[in-house]
Design a protein around this ligand. Structure first.
Ligand SMILES: Nc1ncnc2c1ncn2[C@@H]1O[C@H](COP(=O)(O)OP(=O)(O)O)[C@@H](O)[C@H]1O
Ligand SMILES: [Mg+2]
Length: 261
């Protein structure tokens, strides 16, 4: 096994939108071949954190380090160039287009080939999906005919194939039933086993715990802590998410104080 190295790290990052403090001094890290879960209810700041990580907007305060070097990114292109791929809930896929075409959508191989080798593209798509343990009978079928879980899986396989070192998934299991969520969790584990660092955003501790190596819990923009798996049980994680009432109060108070300043 290759030793783990730290891919990403934040140190006390903060982000404010007008008078709303979306994130306050949040620290987290992601190692190669591991899964860091970001948990929290609606409005916790999960999406804001991943937008900083994926270059959508830079942090206001604190540090963001990639491979140990501080960065301040201001475009998703920059993140992609560094191997940080983000799969959003509303996937950037075209339902009426075939699986294999979606697999190559917007990718360099597609652009660089003058006359795209359709047979080769089909074969690559099928092989890559299989490598991830995804069995799609017919890569010519429209993506729209796949289940939600399968669609997420194709997006994950595509990002891994395109060379993602970091894969950020914003609530990939939230809209899915138990069985479909299980399918996606399996592919998260597959990506991890291939050495990819995965950031898995969810509000469901039961989805996070089985695949997670580290757990960051956010509440109203405040970190309730980042824990290694050995440091927290599934029950404790669930309680932490459900609880945190005192912090809730504190966050409220801080927010009030700030808005009166
Ligand atoms: N672009 C924005 N402009 C203003 N407020 C925002 C913006 N993005 C997020 N927020 C606010 O920041 C807080 C955290 O939001 P978000 O990161 O989307 O939480 P989560 O993804 O955990 O539900 C919320 O109060 C939200 O309304
Ligand atoms: Mg969100």
């Amino acid at each position: 096994m290759t030793p783990q190295t730290t891919l990403l790290q934040t140190r006390d990052v903060g982000k404010t939108f007008g008078s709303v403090v979306a994130l306050r001094e949040v620290s987290m890290s992601l190692e190669t071949g591991s899964v860091t879960c970001v948990l929290g209810d609606n409005g916790a700041g999960k999406s804001t954190l991943i937008k900083i990580l994926s270059g959508v907007h830079p942090q206001d305060t604190g540090e963001y380090l990639i491979d140990g070097a501080p960065v301040r990114m201001s475009s998703p292109r920059e993140a992609l160039d560094r191997g940080i791929a983000t799969v959003y809930q509303d996937l950037a896929m075209i339902p009426l287009m075939s699986v294999w075409r979606n697999f190559f959508l917007g990718s360099e191989p597609m652009k660089s080939l003058r006359r795209f080798d359709v047979a080769a593209a089909r074969r690559i798509a099928r092989d890559e999906l299989r490598r991830m343990g995804i069995d799609i009978r017919d890569v010519d079928q429209p993506v729209g005919t796949l289940s939600g879980g399968e669609r997420q899986s194709v997006a994950i396989a595509r990002a891994v194939y395109l060379g993602a070192r970091v894969l950020i998934l914003d609530e990939p299991t939230s809209a899915l039933g138990v069985k479909q969520a299980g399918v996606v969790l399996r592919y998260i584990a597959q990506a991890r086993d291939r050495g990819v660092g995965v950031i898995f955003i969810t509000h469901n501790p039961h989805h996070a715990y089985p695949v997670g190596d580290r757990f960051l819990v956010l509440k109203r923009g405040v970190s309730l802590g980042e824990y290694g798996k050995a440091e927290i049980s599934r029950e404790e994680l669930t309680q932490l998410m459900a609880g945190g009432a005192e912090l809730d109060e504190l966050a409220h108070e801080l927010q009030r104080n700030e808005s009166t300043l």
